[in-house]
Design a protein around this ligand. Structure first.
Ligand SMILES: NC(=O)c1ccc[n+]([C@@H]2O[C@H](COP(=O)([O-])OP(=O)(O)OC[C@H]3O[C@@H](n4cnc5c(N)ncnc54)[C@H](OP(=O)(O)O)[C@@H]3O)[C@@H](O)[C@H]2O)c1
Length: 383
């Protein structure tokens, strides 16, 4: 039985991972679980999956949970607890924490774990070259969970990289694909959170609406597969049936297709290198009828332009892109700014930044904090 730790088990990816585990009781066993503060869902997961170690990052909530769980379970609290769990070796660690909070647990996990199933993308945007260097040193295997990256990974397998011509990163276009840009200012939070194809956490759903999610995936693709940005093309594919494609120098194109359900790439990340019989409905090609592809509209979705700019520049500009986006999205979710102000916050902070070309981890953290503070100031000026 594969022993698994899930960091961020109470989120959308975390809960879907446990759904998969539930279907294969003879294949997987849960060792560790973690939440930021959602002790209600975590308690429920403890009752169903009997983990040995759990972490609640919010220490006040950790104290509350302590009174209600079996004292055989090791309960850890705070950032230190999260790092401690990341450093307990299991067969597979699933990194499903959202945002920049995943960076330090991910680094610790790379130092300790043989295999990591990676859903989080923000840590790679912040520190891709440093993470890759660590992966090289430790030999940890990183398996992508994100549907597009899983598709690319499955199409590439262990093929010779010199035969790769292009990666086509597909995007559904998000919930605002057919809405006029002039109406973005008054678009409601509810409309933005109503994604046409995927059920996901709030941050990534807003990122899908601005197309920043695809921008962050540019970095994921560059760092996970060691490819230059010039080899990555983004295609809007509203049916969201093809999760990405890889073109080889001989003109052959391989694609990975499935229904839009994260449990499919999660299941493969858990079972790899095996494939287990799926429990979801199959694709119905007769119902699909059409597969269409469009160029992304960079004028309508400037976040994608900012991501290209940051990916080409490298250094600490991607850190600024990510941090200012986190604050802008958080502010939109709290109804402090309107939807069309999200790219304005990012643009303003990126313009203020002096890029550090080869940053250390220390540089990355200080730029991250600087950019969050600047973005807060920009948000406050909108009000
Ligand atoms: N959802 C998807 O379908 C999907 C697809 C592809 C990639 N991804 C990527 O996967 C990651 C997770 O996405 P999600 O949609 O599952 O997010 P989510 O639903 O918001 O869940 C995030 C998880 O991380 C925990 N968390 C948040 N902040 C934390 C902190 N500061 N310290 C420790 N734990 C923290 C949350 O705990 P609480 O429950 O207490 O808040 C929750 O367990 C993101 O990077 C996203 O881009 C997601």
């Amino acid at each position: 039985m594969k022993q698994i730790t899930i960091l961020g088990s109470t989120g959308s990816i975390g809960r879907n991972t446990l759904e998969v585990i539930k279907h294969f009781p003879n294949e997987f066993r849960v060792f560790g679980l973690s939440t930021n503060s959602n002790i209600r869902i975590l308690s429920d997961q403890i009752k169903k999956f009997f983990p040995e170690v759990v972490v609640v990052r919010d220490t006040f909530k950790a104290e509350r949970l302590k009174r209600n769980i079996n004292n055989k379970i090791i309960l850890l609290g705070g950032e230190d607890g999260l790092i401690e769990l990341s450093g307990i070796k299991v067969e597979l660690l699933v990194m499903a924490i959202s945002g920049s909070a995943a960076l330090f647990p991910l680094i610790k996990a790379i130092e300790t774990q043989p295999m990591i199933a990676l859903a989080n993308k923000e840590a790679l945007v912040m520190a891709g070259p440093l993470i890759n260097q660590k992966v090289k040193e430790t030999g940890t295997k990183i398996i992508p969970i994100d549907s597009e990256q899983s598709a690319i990974w499955q199409c590439l397998e262990d093929r010779d990289k010199s035969t790769l011509k292009k990666i086509y990163l597909t995007a559904s276009g998000g919930p605002l694909k057919d809405i006029d840009k002039r109406d973005f200012r008054k678009i409601s939070l509810e409309k933005v959170l109503n994604h046409p194809c995927w059920k996901m956490g709030k941050k990534i759903t807003v990122d899908s609406a601005t197309l920043m999610n695809k921008g962050l995936e540019l970095f994921e693709t560059m760092y996970l597969f060691g490819v230059d940005i010039s080899k990555i093309d983004i295609l809007i594919h509203p049916e969201a049936v093809i999760h990405s494609m890889v073109e080889f120098i001989d003109g052959s194109v391989l694609a990975q297709l499935s229904i839009t359900d994260m449990r499919i790439p999660i299941q493969y990340a858990l079972s790899y290198p095996k494939r287990l019989r799926g429990f979801l409905k199959p694709l119905n090609f007769i119902k699909i009828k059409n597969l269409t592809f469009l160029k992304p509209d960079l004028n309508k979705f400037p976040c994608l332009t900012f991501a290209y700019e940051a990916a080409k520049a490298g250094g600490t500009l991607p850190v600024v892109l990510n941090a200012s986006n986190e604050i802008a999205v958080e502010s939109f979710l709290k109804r402090r700014i309107n939807f069309s102000n999200i790219p304005k916050v990012i643009e303003k902070v990126m313009k203020l930044h002096k890029n550090i070309k080869k940053p250390t981890l220390h540089d990355i953290i200080s730029v991250h904090q600087w950019a969050r503070k600047k973005a807060e100031e920009v948000v406050n000026n909108f009000n």
